[in-house]
Design a protein around this ligand. Structure first.
Ligand code: ADP
Ligand code: MG
Length: 682
């Protein structure tokens, strides 16, 4: 057996200064090096005829040297070497620079293989600095060659050689951890073959087979680790058991409206979690306006009345402030005290809040990241609610959670996440979904319009405002940018203010303004003092102004579907028929498709799925901030089919053998343990 943890310095060809270069690439052990996968491959296996080569192509040619190697001193420190070769279809002139070792390499009349980039100059072919072999050697050519991500200090060829040595060393010695029944059922190749073929594939088919195995394994480990985390939370941590005599129905019956079937079902799940002994770790997913906030209010009521405090964490001050309003409106009458802690709170007020929090006078603290600070101490924190625009991340969540003793956790998100990805992003949580909107909500009418309809749109907006409504206008950028002709907030503002709606109150807002300025504008908009608010996507997040009935999106082709959906959710929050007008300025097929989807459905889940389909990655899944784990080889979007297979299998295993104790699953357990060392960091 082989020790995969052994230091790279023991690999053949790795001297002390190579160690440093390798470390810079994040490579420390033998295992690191065999899992340092190529970013691409060069096919140097199939020679082409000289006459068939295309300008600019990387090709392999097999040709006879028909000149001697000519050495030309061009200037100081610059020597050029020239060789002319031919096959039965044409001639190629080859040049190299500063490589004196070439002098002994070529024999007139012998055949060689050259791989490099060619250019067509007149009737001749030129090739610059190719790698080459004699006809019978396969050192650099005659095969598919891996290309690794590397740095200047470690040349591609050197790194390739090192990895080649490492692969040779482990080949045949790797223990197969993936159970045989899985290899067979899912048509996966054996581990030694997979590792060899990913680095040195004989054919591209060979490569695909190897890659499938390695992707499957990587996704499988992640999914198993998440499930493992979930079940350890369920088992080991004794959570709070809330008082079953405190009835959620007391609040529910007091509401001015009836909860939807979906809200009731979700509340039942939450209530069960709260009364059970285990700590709740639950994701509450629901489209904008589906009524998640009220669900969290009712849960908070139960926690407070059972004698605990509640922390509510929102991504922005505006949202936190809004939550405070909703919570106070609903809960004041039960004698529950809510407070707001955001960065703009005065020092004096903050001290007061911290004191009252610590002595238990404050029942519910609502705030932004500010409540994560060290000096924010609860007397008896029992429930944590995070309202996540995107994922706050396990670490942040655990920071707030650590302010209590195994408090219950409810994570709310309005970002519709296709189930496959939810299982990766939030695989550590139980999932509840509110999949219906409150009744009598008028469906938002959506129109995609081009410039020719601008005047009609403007008079429509005017009529709505005359009826007392308000409008949002969202643009993609803050400042004017010549290059991409997107309309900036300020440009649009000038136009609306000075040309189209000179008699109305038009204001603007963007992310570069101070929080205080933004809050002021938002407050005035809420109070109806502003008719038209022009902004960037800063209003994307959960803002609630029921009187706003129009959402105009400028250059809507610049936004992802998921983002457009979020923006559209800013209207239609009151009793008025609302409208979303997507202005677009593009004939591209993808823009047309997006517009079509937006005008044909308001279902966030459908839109999220389509977004994935169209873009390969949704707006909100593309970046690191969404907390998607980083993979060495898997790509969640390209490998969606494998992910689905893995999830189906993992769920089955969770059912049959959650702790991976069966003999046949022992290998899986080791895979997870080795990867995460018992802990999971994402
Ligand atoms: P979310 O947080 O999911 O975006 P909210 O909780 O803010 O949605 O609810 C949006 C609006 O709908 C709020 O004004 C809320 O009071 C109202 N609402 C919530 N549930 C219902 C319901 N079942 N019937 C009628 N109105 C509701
Ligand atoms: Mg909300």
């Amino acid at each position: 057996m082989i020790n995969l943890e052994s230091d790279v310095k023991y690999i053949k060809g790795v001297g002390p200064n190579r160690v440093e270069s390798l470390n810079k690439l994040g490579i420390f052990t033998l295992k690191d090096i065999i899992t340092y996968y190529p970013r691409d491959y060069e096919d140097r296996s199939k020679p082409k005829k000289i006459s068939e080569c295309q300008d600019g192509e990387d090709v392999l040619i097999e040709a006879i040297a028909v000149s001697k190697l000519i050495e030309l001193r061009i200037r100081k420190n610059m020597v050029m070497y020239k060789l002319t070769v031919r096959d039965d279809t044409g001639v190629c002139n080859i040049t190299w620079f500063n490589q004196p070792y070439l002098k002994k390499q070529f024999q007139y009349g012998e055949t060689y293989c050259f791989f490099g980039r060619v250019h067509i100059k007149g009737s001749k072919l030129e090739m610059n600095s190719p790698v080459f072999d004699t006809k019978d050697s396969n050192k650099h050519t005659g095969k598919i060659v891996p290309i690794y991500p590397t740095t200047y200090s470690l040349p591609q060829n050197t790194l390739r050689k090192i990895i080649e040595n490492a692969v040779e060393q482990v080949n045949g010695n790797l223990e197969e951890y993936m159970p045989k029944y899985i290899l067979d059922t899912y048509n996966l190749c054996e581990i030694n073959r997979a590792v060899t073929s990913i680095h040195e594939p004989e054919t591209f088919k060979d490569f695909s087979y190897a890659r499938r195995r390695l992707v499957f394994e990587e996704l499988m480990i992640m999914q198993l680790a998440l499930l493992n985390l979930k079940s350890s939370w369920k088992k080991e941590q004794d959570g709070i058991q809330y008082n079953e005599k405190i009835k959620m129905s007391d609040v529910i019956n007091d509401l001015p409206f009836r909860l939807t079937r979906a809200q009731l079902k979700v509340l039942e799940e939450i209530d069960m979690d709260m009364e059970s002994k285990k700590a709740m770790n639950r994701l509450l997913q629901g489209d904008v306006g589906s009524g998640k906030t009220i669900v969290s209010i009712i849960a908070a009521y139960k926690a407070v009345k059972s004698g605990y405090q509640v922390a509510i964490m929102a991504p922005t001050s505006i949202l936190a402030t809004q939550h405070l309003e909703s919570f106070s409106n609903m809960l004041d009458k039960y004698g529950i005290k809510c407070e707001l802690l955001i960065s703009s709170v005065t020092k004096k007020k903050k001290e007061e809040i911290l004191e009252q929090l610590q002595n238990g006078e404050i029942d519910i603290l609502i705030g932004t990241h500010a409540i994560l600070e060290e000096n924010v101490v609860f007397k008896r924190l029992g429930l944590v609610v995070t309202d996540e625009q995107h994922r706050f991340g396990v670490r942040q969540r655990s920071k707030i959670v650590s302010k209590g003793t195994n408090p219950d956790v409810l994570v709310m998100t309005a970002t519709p996440i296709p189930r496959t990805l939810a299982l990766i992003l939030y695989g550590d949580l139980d999932i509840s979904i509110i999949d219906e909107l409150p009744p009598n909500r008028k469906e938002i009418e959506t129109y995609a319009v081009t410039k020719s309809l601008e005047n009609r749109v403007n008079s429509f907006v005017r009529r709505q405002i005359e009826e007392g409504r308000q409008a949002y206008v969202v643009c993609p950028l803050v400042e004017e940018n010549e290059e991409i002709k997107a309309k900036s907030v300020e440009e649009i503002y000038e136009k609306y203010k000075n040309e189209i709606f000179t008699d109305l109150v038009v204001e603007y807002m963007h992310g570069k303004m101070r929080p205080k300025e933004k809050d002021e504008i938002m407050e005035r908009f809420k109070n109806g003092e502003i008719n038209i608010l022009i902004s960037t996507t800063v209003i994307e997040v959960g803002v609630n102004v029921p009187n706003a009935s129009i959402m105009i999106v400028e250059n809507s082709e610049r936004f992802g579907l998921a983002q457009l959906h979020q923006l559209r959710g800013r209207v239609g929050r009151g009793e008025y028929q609302s409208y979303c007008i997507l202005k677009y300025n593009s004939n591209s097929e993808i823009a047309q498709k997006r517009m079509k989807i937006m005008t044909s459905t308001t279902d966030g889940f459908i839109i999220a799925e389509k977004d994935l389909e169209l873009r390969g990655s949704g707006e909100f899944f593309g970046t690191k901030q969404h907390g998607l784990p980083e993979f060495k080889i898997a790509n969640l979007f390209e490998d969606m089919d494998i992910l689905k297979e893995v999830q189906a299998l993992t769920l089955k295993i969770e059912d049959l053998d959650p702790k991976l104790e069966n003999e046949q699953n022992k290998g899986l357990k080791r895979l997870v343990e080795e990867k995460f060392d018992g802990r999971i960091e994402m």
